[in-house]
Ligand binder design. Structure first.
Ligand SMILES: N[C@@H](CCC(=O)N[C@@H](CS)C(=O)NCC(=O)O)C(=O)O
Length: 349
């Protein structure tokens, strides 16, 4: 069948331009997701997603008193399991230190990382990963004991600073000190609980990591008020889930799950009202919830993928409120673009 061409006049900057709009031929009609999807196939064959998370960080990924993993990053793993199996529990969580996380993903020990990992050029290229979005805009900060009276990072001249290896944190600290001509002694400790213990025990004057990580660690202390997060933010830390190069379909799925969570919040679709919204008149709601179109199938999953995710995990705002507000993290740059933040989803069509 030949494509039907319609001539349309578009007025651009006062100029009338002739454009051609093409209606899809059969070959251009939506088709189920094509191409190799080795990771997705392996997950389906295994029946479980293997998600690399932290070794335990309040609000982001931590087992509760029953041993059930909970948190913002965990909810992204659960959302992927819902998209693939319509079952949020089909996830095995693999705790990884900052140092070990990339080997775990490269070697195939885990299918994905949902683990406060900063998107950088070298990780995206030479380490062989695909970052699937920025689900948390963060930056690096410092925490000190309130009793030190230190108020700004510049006052850390000559200080010992606790930091985890294999992180952007370690690199930024060096850059920041060099740029500001500040001398410091790093105390580099791989395991989170040990680096925090070292800071609490006074082996270092300050602890540095992503501000979200500082807030999480501070909230877990017996008396959080004894610790001050300094106002200085010395870097950009765009955090998000990542996968191995070579499986664009799996990357697409994660990318659109994140966008779906944002889009659902923007459209006001929540875990509480998703059932009523099934018959919503708004065509974008219809497409997102799989009532019209074929968006799920294009990603290689069921058309009800987003409806199932929202019902089980909630939208982005719900995930944020459930996990991060209790530890004192505000939306800030992670508000939706409609609320003055940076979180923005491309269209569901
Ligand atoms: N965003 C930084 C730092 C990530 C990071 O690993 N931060 C530490 C401190 S919040 C952490 O999550 N540790 C948890 C763990 O080692 O289990 C990066 O990607 O390099």
């Amino acid at each position: 069948m030949k494509a039907l061409r319609l001539a349309v006049a578009c007025a651009v900057g006062g100029l009338a331009l002739a454009a051609t709009m093409t209606t899809p031929t059969r070959a251009q009609q939506p088709a189920p997701a094509a191409g190799n999807a080795p990771t997705m196939d392996a997950i389906r064959a295994r029946g479980t997603l293997i998600c690399g998370v932290t070794t335990g960080l309040a609000g982001f990924a931590q087992p509760d008193s029953q041993g059930v993993w909970r948190g913002f990053d965990v909810d992204y793993c659960r959302a992927v399991a819902v998209a693939l199996f319509n079952d949020a529990n089909r996830v095995r969580y693999v705790p990884t230190t900052a140092q070990a996380r990339f080997t775990a993903l490269q070697s195939g020990e885990v299918d994905m990382l949902a683990r406060n990992t900063t998107w950088t050029l070298s990780r995206d290229t030479s380490l062989g990963f695909d970052f699937t979005g920025i689900n948390f805009y963060d930056g690096q900060g410092f925490m000190v004991k309130a009793s030190t009276g230190v108020r700004t990072a510049r006052e850390l001249e000559g200080a010992t600073i606790c930091v985890q290896p294999g992180t952007t944190t370690e690199q930024n600290l060096t850059d920041w000190a060099r740029a500001n001509r500040i001398r410091f002694t790093p105390v580099v400790i791989e395991r989170l609980e040990e680096v925090v213990q070292a800071y609490v025990a006074g082996r270092c004057d300050a602890y540095t990591t992503d501000v979200s990580g500082l807030a999480a660690t501070r909230s877990a202390q017996p008396n959080p008020r004894e610790h001050t997060i300094l106002p200085d933010v010395i870097s950009k830390e765009p955090l998000g889930p990542l996968v191995r190069h070579g499986d664009q379909r799996f990357a697409d799925l994660l990318r659109w799950i994140h966008f779906g969570l944002l889009g659902a919040e923007e459209l006001g679709i929540t875990s509480a009202n998703v059932q009523q919204r099934m018959t919503d008149a708004n065509p974008e709601v219809q497409r997102m919830l799989g009532r019209s179109g074929d968006l799920g199938r294009m990603l290689g999953v069921d058309n009800a993928w987003m409806a199932n995710i929202i019902r089980t995990v909630g939208n982005y705002g719900e995930i944020f409120a459930r996990n991060l507000e209790p530890i004192g993290i505000q939306r800030g740059p992670n508000a939706l673009w409609t609320q003055g933040g940076l979180q923005y989803s491309p269209p569901f069509r």
